[in-house]
Design a protein around this ligand. Structure first.
Ligand code: CP
Length: 335
């Protein structure tokens, strides 16, 4: 809504070449030139990891990882990225053991943590929670006359997952030699999948990008986002089955059905298992196509596909750490 967007943009400043001290809430903060710069920093972080394992540019800095929802990749890669940069991490990943279980609000929780940490990474089940938290921190710090503590959105319900979209575009750029003139197929739960929402928005920054949406009817891409992409000149088409259009895309981005977002087990079962990438599907793809997945997968891609050169999802997950090293060093003013 307009109100939500206004609130977001009071706190989510455009990056404009400088991440220092900024909350990272949405990919809408990034321009194409911000991404170019960001990919260079991620390449640099990859070299540091490969050559030395770690560095000490964030020595003395402390990250709080505050996760209200389950995670393997985002939580671990942010933690390990911080440690590889010489910083320290305090994890609150089972909020049942924090005062949240006594009824403390998100706003109070982050206001307190911002008094202890240099940076907060937040995953929450509600869309807009990251903006709400960043706003609470900003107000408290301003009241105390202190500089802002950056907050990174690590996934807010069905909203956005900006660091995932940064690692996804980084991987596509690496594998396809650029992001212009690509056809990208987005497959699965396009209604609830925050990774596809953020990725589609970032891809709209590039020239002649075509998106193919493949999802069960009830899990279509949200109409509001489709309209936004249309206004930006993105060409879009819809297909019922990936096998009908397998040869059309340069990138196939597969996602799972987000069971935790359904109101009932019956509603989930009605769409679960309705699509699957098999060796036959891949045989119909362009030989140069790449297959991505934000993971976890729950049966959408046959394990036999993992052996094929087109399958890049584990490399994609590895890129997450370099991208998050770049993000952490950027918001803490080390670019
Ligand atoms: N892709 C992703 O966000 O994975 P996790 O839920 O394991 O963090």
């Amino acid at each position: 809504t307009y109100e939500e967007r206004s609130k977001l943009f009071t706190i989510a400043e455009p990056i404009n070449g400088d991440l220092t001290g900024k909350a990272v809430l949405s990919v809408e903060q990034f321009s194409r030139s911000d991404l170019d710069r960001f990919f260079e920093e991620a390449d640099w972080m990859k070299r540091i990891k490969e050559q030395n394992g770690s560095t000490d540019i964030l020595r003395g800095k402390i990250l709080v990882n505050l996760f209200y929802e389950a995670s393997t990749r985002t939580d671990s890669s942010f933690s390990i990225a911080m440690k590889r940069l010489g910083g320290e991490v305090h994890n609150i990943v089972g909020v049942q053991f924090s005062s949240v279980s006594k009824g403390e609000t998100l706003s109070d929780t982050v206001r307190v943590l911002s008094g202890y940490a240099d940076l907060i990474v937040l995953r929450h089940h509600q869309k807009g929670a990251a903006a709400e938290a960043a706003l609470a921190i900003h107000k408290e710090r301003t009241k105390q006359g202190l500089p802002n503590i950056p907050l990174i959105n690590a996934g807010d319900g069905v909203g956005e997952h900006p660091s995932q979209a940064l690692l996804d575009t980084y991987t596509i750029n690496q594998k396809c030699g650029g992001l212009d003139d690509l056809t990208v197929g987005l497959v699965g739960d396009l209604k609830h999948g925050r990774t596809v929402h953020s990725l589609a928005k970032l891809l709209s920054l590039y020239r002649n990008v075509k998106l193919i949406f493949v999802s069960p009817e009830s899990l279509n891409m949200p109409e509001e986002l489709v309209e936004e992409l249309k206004a930006k000149g993105v060409q879009m088409s819809v297909a019922k089955d990936i096998n009908e259009v397998a040869n059309e895309a340069d990138v196939w981005y597969i996602t799972r059905v987000q069971k935790e977002r359904f109101e009932s087990e019956e509603a989930y079962q009605a769409v679960s298992g309705s699509y699957r990438v098999t060796l036959d599907t891949v045989a119909s793809m362009k030989p140069t196509a790449i297959i991505m997945h934000p993971l976890p997968r729950v049966g959408e891609i046959d394990e036999a596909v993992d052996e094929l050169p087109q399958a890049v999802y584990f490399e994609q997950a590895s890129n997450g750490m370099y991208v998050r090293m770049a993000l952490l060093s950027g918001v803490l003013g080390k670019w």
